[in-house]
Design a protein around this ligand. Structure first.
Ligand SMILES: Cc1ncc(COP(=O)(O)O)c(C=O)c1O
Ligand SMILES: N[C@@H](CCCC[NH3+])C(=O)O
Length: 414
C-alpha cells in the first residue's frame, strides 16, 4: 500500500492532490500521510504478535508532535535520545511507561526528567553514564530501570556515517566488557537491571546483520544468566531500511521471520526501535521550480527547497527520488535539482530526467524520515511547514517559520 499515487495525471496523497496542498500551504512543504504511518507501525506490531513485544518508534526520525500523536494512539512506545524528545512524546500524549532512552551523552537534567516521568528503561552506553544515572536516581530516591547497549561488532553493511555496531564506532559497550559492566551495575544503588539493547546501524537492507547481532546478544544473555543476572527484555534496536531507489529491504514481516525462531524459546519481552521504516515513505517534500538555468554542460533546476530543508543528499550523497507532481507530456532532459543556498553541495538530486517549466511542482519522495528533523536555518531560511493528511483533510502540524521567528531569539550588546 502507498498513500502517494498518481490519479488523473497528478500525484495524490490519500484523497488529496499534492498540487492543491502546495497552493494552499505554500512550498517548500513537508506532507505526511496518517494512513501510511499507521500501516507501517501496524506492520511491525503484527509481525511480532506471537511474542510479548513493544514497538518503540525512534523519535529522531520524525519528531513532529502530530506524527507522534498518531503513533501514540496506536499504542506505540518511543525511543528517545534527549530531554527534548521526551518533552515531545509527553506533549503528543505518549505513555512514558513505554519510553526507552537511548544515546551516549545523557545529561543529569535529562536523566532526572526521564526518571520523574517514569520511563521504561535507560539504554546505557558507558560505565560513566551508569554512575551518573545511579547518582541521580539515588538523590531522587527513585530506581532507574537500565539496559546496557552492547556493541556486537557486526558490520551492518550500510553507509559509514550511519553504521553504529562496529568496534570503531562510538556507540555501546564492547561485548567483551559487558559482563563486567553488568556486574558493576548490579552493585550500584538506585539501579534495576531490566534488559539488554543493541542497535547496529540504519538503512540495513538485509536481515543477516540483524540475525548475527542477535545471536551474539543472545549468547551474552546466556552468559549473564550463568552469573546470576537475569533480564526481562531484549531491545533489538531499529535500522530496518526502506526503498529509496532500487533497494529491496526486508519487510517487517521478513525481518520478524528472521529473528522470531531465535526469540520464541526465550522468556523475554522484545522491544524494537524502528524509525525510518515507519516514517520515511509516509512523507514527501514538495518544492517548486523557481528558475531553469540551462548551460552548455548542465541543466540546473533551481527549486525553493535546499540543503537546509533536506540535508540527506548533501550529507550522505543519499539518492532520493524526485518526481513531477503533474508530469508534462514533453521530452525529458537531465537536470541537477539545486536549492538557493550558497554551497556547491546544495542539491537535492543530480542528473534527473524531467520535463520542467518554471513554477512546476516537484515531490521528493521518502522524505518523511530524517527530513524536517535535520533541517536548519542556514542562510537565514525559515523552516518549511509540515502538514499531516488524514483522508480528505490536511492539517498544519507545524507552521512555516516567519522572519519574525528567525529574529526573535537574538539580541545585541547593551
Ligand atoms: C539507538 C537507535 N535506535 C533506533 C534508531 C532508528 O534507526 P532507524 O531509523 O534506522 O530505524 C537509531 C538510529 O540509527 C538509533 O541510533
Ligand atoms: N540521519 C540518517 C540516519 C541516522 C540514523 C540515526 N541513528 C539518515 O538520514 O539516513
Amino acid at each position: 500500500m502507498t498513500a502517494f499515487t498518481y490519479r488523473t495525471g497528478t500525484l495524490f496523497v490519500e484523497n488529496l492532490p499534492l498540487q492543491e496542498l502546495a497552493e494552499r500551504f505554500g512550498t517548500p512543504l513537508y506532507v505526511y500521510s496518517r494512513a501510511q504511518l499507521e500501516a507501517h507501525y501496524r506492520a511491525f506490531d503484527e509481525a511480532f504478535a506471537d511474542i510479548p513485544h513493544q514497538v518503540c518508534y525512534a523519535v529522531k526520525a520524525n519528531s513532529n508532535i502530530g506524527v507522534l500523536n498518531v503513533l501514540a494512539r496506536l499504542g506505540s512506545g518511543f525511543d528517545i535520545v534527549s530531554g527534548g524528545e521526551l518533552a515531545r512524546v509527553l506533549a503528543a500524549g505518549g505513555d512514558p511507561a513505554k519510553v526507552v532512552f537511548s544515546g551516549l551523552g545523557k545529561q543529569e537534567s535529562e536523566i532526572e526528567d526521564a526518571l520523574k516521568a517514569g520511563i521504561a528503561c535507560f539504554n546505557v552506553e558507558s560505565d560513566a553514564e551508569l554512575d551518573r544515572i545511579s547518582a541521580v536516581a539515588s538523590r531522587l530516591g527513585l530506581t532507574a530501570p537500565v539496559s546496557l547497549r552492547v556493541n556486537p561488532d557486526v558490520d551492518a553493511g550500510t553507509h559509514p556515517y550511519i553504521s553504529t555496531g562496529l568496534k570503531e564506532n562510538k556507540f555501546g559497550i564492547a561485548i567483551e566488557d559487558a559482563i563486567r559492566v553488568y556486574q558493576r551495575a548490579a552493585l550500584l544503588p538506585g539501579l534495576k537491571i531490566v534488559g539488554i539493547d543493541c542497535h547496529i546501524g540504519s538503512q540495513l537492507t538485509t536481515t543477516l546483520p540483524f540475525a548475527d547481532a542477535l545471536d551474539r546478544v543472545l549468547a551474552m544473555i546466556d552468559q549473564l544468566a550463568e552469573h546470576g543476572i537475569t533480564l526481562e527484555h531484549l531491545d533489538i534496536g531499529g535500522g530496518l531500511g526502506v526503498r529509496y531507489r532500487d533497494e529491496v529491504p526486508p519487510t517487517p514481516a521478513e525481518y520478524a521471520a528472521a529473528l522470531l525462531p531465535r526469540l520464541k524459546t526465550r522468556n523475554l519481552k522484545i522491544y524494537m526501535e524502528p524509525g525510518r521504516a515507519i516514517a520515511a515513505n509516509a512523507g514527501v517534500l514538495l518544492t517548486r521550480v523557481e528558475f531553469l538555468k540551462p548551460s552548455a554542460h548542465k541543466n540546473f533546476a533551481v527549486v525553493d527547497a535546499a540543503m537546509n530543508d533536506l540535508i540527506r543528499p548533501s550529507l550522505y550523497s543519499a539518492w532520493m527520488d524526485i518526481v513531477a507532481v503533474t508530469p508534462r507530456d514533453a521530452e525529458r532532459v537531465p537536470y541537477d535539482i539545486v536549492g538557493p543556498v550558497c554551497e556547491t553541495g546544495d542539491f537535492l538530486g543530480k542528473e534527473r530526467k524531467l520535463a520542467l517549466e518554471p513554477g512546476d511542482l516537484l515531490s521528493v519522495m521518502g522524505a518523511g524520515a530524517y527530513g524536517f528533523v535535520m533541517s536548519s536555518n542556514y542562510n537565514t531560511r525559515g523552516r518549511a511547514a509540515e502538514i499531516l493528511v488524514d483522508g480528505n483533510h490536511a492539517y498544519t502540524v507545524r507552521r512555516r517559520e516567519t522572519l519574525a521567528d528567525l529574529l526573535a531569539l537574538e539580541s545585541v550588546l547593551p
